[in-house]
Structures are given as structure tokens and as C-alpha cells.
Design a protein around this ligand. Structure first.
Ligand code: SF4
Length: 726
């Protein structure tokens, strides 16, 4: 912490919002957070977007939750910590004794600190002995994870933000980067502003703020990007833009779940995926697909792909991810500065705490799997618990977790730092499940009421961001230490402290004996050693001195790793670089190009529900809006969700700007004001997810990807009816 002459103390931290992980300093005066400023030495070069800049306002927000609440009949009433925690512990204990460990679960968040998520994961998997530990990253980046693991044998991107400064071609697909990752988008805009010869291809049904800088905007019928990716690969082969030496040395081919195909099979598979066929399915121009492929594969040019929820939140999200990896692998545009696939992450610590830390129902820490005997044995040894403690069957992934609650099989759920009462698909179904007779719902939250806390039996006041310390890990494998800047408001406590208290009350104090998050971090360092994530050298002291460090970082003093896999012919890479020519994590050292056909979304438009429905985000708000709606400036801008319609659809429906319409799917309906938007694709409707009154997830479908289990928030079929005029 540094004291400025004006009396403000500046404490090093990181933004509380998106997975870009912008470094910043928190300004403290008189024990209160009064300002933030971007960290000029971090990757964001001192820049923050509007959300980051407004962070101080969330600290004293009117909805801050300041003391424990317990349910008495229809009401949540104030209680002491002792009463609330006693109730939580006794209900969990009783449920476990009566119905077994799998009758309870934990639902966490990519917003929790790594040490908090770690304590929960260890307590539930090794203490209570259930694998029912999942979290909102399942709704966000599970398909990206499945894509990386299936393709390279390891999770997480190989590239870094610096690649945005080296790329000549940007392939942005399923991402409104301008609004959802604005500080990264600024880096691309800067390249254009400087007159550099960069091309931007945007593949998105909508014309968005991102497509405004596109040299080519490919608008497609929702879900048909699978056909377009294959058609691009078709063109790359047809026009000799593939790197056959690279393919020979570094690529294997697979179909289904087996790596059992050859290059010739793949070329044969691609024959039918002509640009004309993809254009027919996608409702776009074949020549635009050809242009996109030519730019992507141009010789001597570096290509970076960026994507996020548009690919991930799909019933074939894993395939969509893998098809983008295919394009990089057949062209060899990977593993060198400026050429990389780089999936963007939604939350500040989805990567570090949940994905890397193994806090999903099928995972154990640092790349280990619940279903793998050796991995369980390793973790039992590292955690010093008897052999056989860890259960071999994966727990329930998010949608199944709440379905189990609906069925009465999951009887007690602890929700930390997230808002499933607003963010789950097919929402009313699962809101009912959370209120089901006999179900016990605990919510640890910094704000109240939320659409989840209003359903809870116990609402614990959680410390917020600058009121606690711990590690966040962002998109590019960069870990940051957030230092505590101020004391928690009211009676709020850090989730780390609350979870350690719960562990003690449940008789598992020995498992989580930590007095501080720093002690838990020391234990975490022992778990990653020797794994692909190895950040053993990332001590608390090293993190404190740094502006974020990128793993692998296997020993003290190691500088960290910007690119995990590097090309042997890369002039940026010294000859003795440890990763030189060691490309991939699979046993044969090769990455896999998968043969994946186009498959329609889980629900398609028909005569009854003739319009596509798409959900997403806007610049000023974040997730379910519990924080951003508490900032005056942000609340004034787009806090209310509207139904965005193309002028042709608005005319056909007889509605205009400001009219009220009901958007109905097979699962539910919501009423929105109309916004007529030229950039909306005809035949489709868009609404954002941030509004806690107009709940777009009443409409969405809970179909999930069979591999990643991520729901298809991005596509379903609806009808739109006029309710009233403006
Ligand atoms: Fe925060 Fe993301 Fe904005 Fe950076 S881009 S300031 S991490 S919300």
C-alpha cells in the first residue's frame, strides 16, 4: 500500500468484474474506499472500463447485506452469526446423517477468491465426501474447458494478451468483445487507429459494437457457425493455405470420442462442407466465408481467435470450440506471438479458483479428475486423508444439481457469491426447486435482496472484494493478489472465514486448519507442483511484489510463462526455452483435429415459436446486476432489459420503440419494452441478462452440451406478442 500526499492510501488489487482481470489500485481514505485507478504497470496499462472505474460505488451500496438473516415463515429476520451458523451446520449435519453426503451440495462462483473456493471444494469433497460441488463457471466457460482438454489434453489458453499486439488477423466469433471485454477490445482498436494492417473478422448473428470495427461481419442463423467453421477449413485445404508439415508433426485426427482418423479422412469429411452449403444453412454469403478463410489462413500473417459465450453457451459448445481450434491447427497458426486461439472468460476468477482449482463436480485440483483412480489417490495423499475418502463418481453438474433439488434428492445447498435464482436457464422451474418443501438453501452474499437470497433459508453477509484478501486468476493464466483495503461492512465476514467456521462446526476443522487465506495458498502451492499448472514459485510474496504472474511458474524467481506451447521456428523463443517443440499435453504430443458436423441447436424455430431468442450482456452491467445496478451512473444506462427487434420484425408485429411485448417460449414468458435495432438479425430477438425484474432466463432452454454440461443460453425459439403501446 502506498500513501499519496492527499492522504489517500492506495492498495493493490484487481477489478471485481470480468475475466480480463485489470490491475488497479484501491484508494482508501478514512477507512473507506473512495477511488480506484488502473495499474499502469499491469497488462491493462492503467486503463479501466466504465464498470471498473465505478467500483467504489458498490462498497456503500444501499443493498449491502450487513447482518445474518434466517427464515421465519415467509420472512427473513435478523439473527446473530452464532444462530445462523448453528442452523446451517445442524441442517447440513442432519441431512447428511439421514440421507447421505450426496443429499447436500455446494454451488460456487468464478467470483469467489481462490482460497475461498479451495476451502469449499476440500470441505465438501474430502470432508463431507460428496462431489456435488459445482458453480456458475459451468454456465460460462465449461465448453471452453472441454474444447481445450479434448484438443490439447490440457485446459486453459496457451496464448496471452500480448498476442493482441502481434496479430495481423482477428477472428472474433461468439463474442461482443467491445462490450464484454472492453479493455482487451481497446488493444485491437488501437492497432487500427495506428493504421496498422490488421483485419478483423466478426462472426455473430447480431451487428454489435464489436462488428463496428470489422472488415468483414458474417451474420449467420444462430447455431450455424459449426457449418461455417467447417466450410472455412474446406477453403483452407482447397486453396493450399494449410501447413502440411505442421499437421504431420503436431496433429492427430479424431471422431466421436476416439482419436482414430487420418488427415485423408478429415479432407474427405470437409468435401461436403462447401462454402455454398454452409451459406445455405447459415443464411450468409458463400463469398464471405471464402474471404474469412483466406484472411484467417493468409501466409505470413498471424491470426488470433477470440470467443466467449456465443460459442460456449450452446448444446454443441464443445464442438464449436473444437472447430475453432481446428482452424488454428490445420494452418499452424498457433504457439507463436500473434497466432493463438484465446477464449475469453466471463468472471474474474473462473479460471483460477474454479477451473484450475478443480471446483467443479467432475474435477479435482489442477487438472485432476474425480473419476481417475490415480488422481484421487494423489489428492488423498496430498490432503492427508485415508485412501478411499474421495468418491469416484462425478457429482452433479449445475442443471442436474438443481434438478436433483426439484426431485427432492438434493436437500441442502450452500450457494456462495452467485445468483442462480436469476442466472439459471428455464428459470421458474429451478426457482420453484429452491423453494421446494423440505429444501434448505443457504446463500452467502454481499447484497440482499437478490433473486436468490429472497428464496433462502439463511442469508449470510459476505465481505466484498476490497474487504478481503486472496488470489484471482484471469483469462491469460495471470494470477493476481488482491490485498485487503478496508474492514468488512457491518457484520460481514470473508467467505473464507465463514467456510472455515462451517468446517469446524461439521467436525472437519483438521481438514481446513487455516487461520488466513495465505496459509491456504501455501497448501495450494503443494497441489499444483508437477502438474501442467505448476505455479509453485508463485509465493504470496512474489504475487505481492508483482502486477500479476502467468503460470506455469514452477520455481521461485521464475518469470512466468506467456506462451505455454511455442513453435520451434519462432524467432521470439530462445533455443533453450523449456517448452520449445514440446507442443501439447497429450501422450503422443499431438493436438487433435476433430471431425464435427453441423448439428442444429436443441430447439429450433417453428410455426408456433417462429423467432430465435438470444441473451447476452451490455457494457455498463455485469451478470445479474447485483453490483452494477448499485452504481448510480451505471444504473442510469441500460439497467432495464429490452427486447431488441429488427425493424422488419417490429413492422410485421406492429410494434415500435417503447411498446411492451411478451416474449414467450415453451418454458415461460417475460414482458419487455421494444427497442428497434438495425443490427439485430431479422427473425431474432435479443435481451440482456442483467435485469432482476425482466428475467430473460424465464425464456431460455435448459438443454446442455453433452460433454461440458453447459446450457444453451444463446439459442431457443420464441414468439413475440404486443402487450401495450408506449
Ligand atoms: Fe474490469 Fe473487465 Fe472493465 Fe477490466 S475490462 S475494468 S476487468 S470490467
Amino acid at each position: 500500500a502506498l500513501a499519496s500526499p492527499a492522504g489517500t492510501t492506495w492498495v493493490k488489487s484487481v477489478c471485481r468484474y470480468c475475466g480480463t482481470g485489470c490491475g488497479l489500485y484501491v484508494g482508501v481514505e478514512g477507512g473507506k474506499v473512495t477511488a480506484v485507478r488502473g495499474d499502469a504497470q499491469d497488462h491493462n496499462a492503467g486503463f479501466l472500463c466504465v464498470k471498473g472505474a465505478a467500483l467504489p460505488q458498490i462498497m456503500g451500496a444501499k443493498d449491502r447485506h450487513l447482518h445474518p438473516l434466517v427464515r421465519r415463515g415467509d420472512k427473513l429476520v435478523r439473527a446473530s452469526w452464532e444462530e445462523a451458523m448453528g442452523l446451517v451446520a445442524s441442517r447440513f449435519q442432519e441431512t447428511i446423517q439421514k440421507f447421505g453426503p450426496d443429499a447436500v451440495g455446494f454451488y460456487g462462483s468464478g467470483q469467489g477468491l481462490t482460497e475461498e473456493t479451495y476451502v469449499a471444494n476440500k470441505l465438501f469433497k474430502a470432508g463431507i465426501r460428496t462431489n456435488n460441488v459445482d458453480g456458475n463457471p459451468r454456465l460460462c466457460m465449461a465448453s471452453a474447458t472441454a474444447g481445450y482438454v479434448g484438443t490439447y489434453g490440457k485446459d486453459e489458453p496457451m496464448g496471452c494478451y500480448e498476442d493482441l499486439d502481434h496479430a495481423d488477423v482477428f477472428f472474433i466469433t461468439g463474442s461482443n468483445t467491445a462490450e464484454c471485454h472492453p479493455v482487451l477490445f481497446r488493444r485491437i482498436v488501437r492497432r487500427k487507429e495506428r493504421g496498422q494492417d490488421v483485419k478483423v473478422i466478426v462472426l455473430d448473428p447480431r451487428r454489435t459494437a464489436t462488428s463496428r470495427i470489422a472488415d468483414l461481419h458474417l451474420s449467420c442463423t444462430p447455431g450455424t457457425d459449426l457449418a461455417i467453421f467447417n466450410a472455412m477449413a474446406h477453403v483452407l485445404f482447397a486453396e493450399g493455405l494449410v501447413d502440411r508439415d505442421f499437421i504431420r508433426d503436431h496433429v492427430a485426427f479424431g471422431e466421436g470420442t476416439e482419436v482414430n482418423r487420418a488427415l485423408a479422412d478429415y479432407e474427405k469429411f470437409l468435401q461436403s462442407w462447401t462454402p455454398a452449403e454452409a451459406a445455405r444453412l447459415a443464411g450468409c454469403k458463400a463469398e464471405d466465408i471464402v474471404t474469412a478463410a483466406r484472411w484467417f489462413g493468409a501466409r505470413g500473417r498471424k491470426t488470433t481467435s477470440l470467443w466467449t459465450m456465443g460459442l460456449n453457451q450452446r448444446s454443441r459448445g464443445t464442438w464449436a470450440n473444437q472447430l475453432v481450434h481446428n482452424l488454428h491447427l490445420v494452418t499452424g497458426k498457433i504457439g507463436e506471438p500473434g497466432s493463438t486461439p484465446l477464449s475469453l472468460t466471463g468472471q474474474p476468477n473462473a479460471c483460477g479458483g474454479v477451473r484450475d482449482g478443480g471446483a467443479l463436480s467432475h474435477l479435482l485440483p489442477y487438472g485432476r479428475l474425480v473419476a481417475n483412480d490415480q488422481h484421487r489417490a494423489q489428492m488423498e495423499k496430498l490432503w492427508n486423508v485415508p485412501a478411499g475418502t474421495l468418491q469416484p463418481k462425478p457429482g452433479l453438474a449445475t442443471v442436474d444439481l438443481f434438478r436433483a433439488m426439484e426431485e427432492g434428492k438434493l436437500k441442502a445447498l450452500y450457494v456462495m457469491c452467485t445468483n442462480p435464482g436469476q442466472s439459471l436457464p428455464s428459470l421458474e422451474r429451478y426457482r420453484k426447486a429452491m423453494r421446494k418443501e423440505g429444501a434448505f438453501l443457504v446463500v452467502s452474499e454481499a447484497f440482499h435482496p437478490t433473486r436468490t437470497s429472497e428464496l433462502a433459508d439463511v442469508v449470510l453477509p459476505a465481505a466484498l472484494w476490497a474487504e478481503k484478501e486472496g488470489v484471482y486468476g484471469c483469462t491469460e493464466r495471470r494470477y493476481h493478489l488482491l490485498e485487503q483495503a478496508v474492514k468488512p461492512a457491518g457484520e460481514a465476514r470473508p467467505d473464507f472465514q465463514i467456510l472455515c467456521d462451517l468446517a469446524r462446526r461439521l467436525g472437519h476443522a483438521g481438514l481446513v486448519p487455516f487461520k488466513t487465506p495465505a496459509e491456504a495458498w501455501d497448501e495450494i502451492l503443494t497441489l499444483c507442483k508437477g502438474t501442467p499448472y505448476d505455479f509453485t514459485g508463485m509465493t504470496r510474496a512474489a504475487l505481492k511484489e508483482s502486477h500479476g504472474l502467468l503460470w506455469p511458474l514452477p520455481s521461485p524467481g521464475h518469470p512466468g510463462t506467456k506462451r505455454r506451447y511455442v513453435r520451434g521456428d519462432d524467432p521470439f523463443v530462445p533455443a533453450d526455452h523449456p517448452q520449445r517443440l514440446k507442443f501439447y499435453g497429450r501422450p503422443d504430443g499431438k493436438a487433435v483435429v476433430w471431425l464435427r458436423p453441423y448439428q442444429p441447436p436443441a430447439e429450433v424455430v417453428d410455426a408456433d415459436y417462429p423467432l430465435w431468442f438470444n441473451t447476452g450482456r451490455v457494457l455498463e452491467h455485469w451478470h445479474t446486476g447485483t453490483m452494477t445496478r448499485n452504481c448510480a451512473e451505471l444504473r442510469q444506462s441500460q439497467a432495464e432489459a429490452v427486447a431488441e427487434l429488427h425493424p422488419e420484425d417490429a413492422k410485421r408485429l406492429g410494434v415500435g420503440p417503447g411498446d411492451q411485448v411478451k416474449v414467450t417460449s415453451r418454458r415461460g414468458a417475460e414482458t419487455f419494452q421494444v427497442s428497434v435495432v438495425e443490427g439485430q438479425r431479422p427473425g431474432s430477438v435479443f435481451a440482456h441478462m442483467h435485469d432482476d425484474q425482466r428475467l430473460c432466463n424465464r425464456i431460455t432452454v435448459d438443454a446442455v452440451d453433452p460433454v461440458s454440461k453447459e446450457p444453451e443460453f444463446k439459442i431457443c425459439a420464441v414468439k413475440v406478442e404486443k402487450v401495450s403501446a408506449r
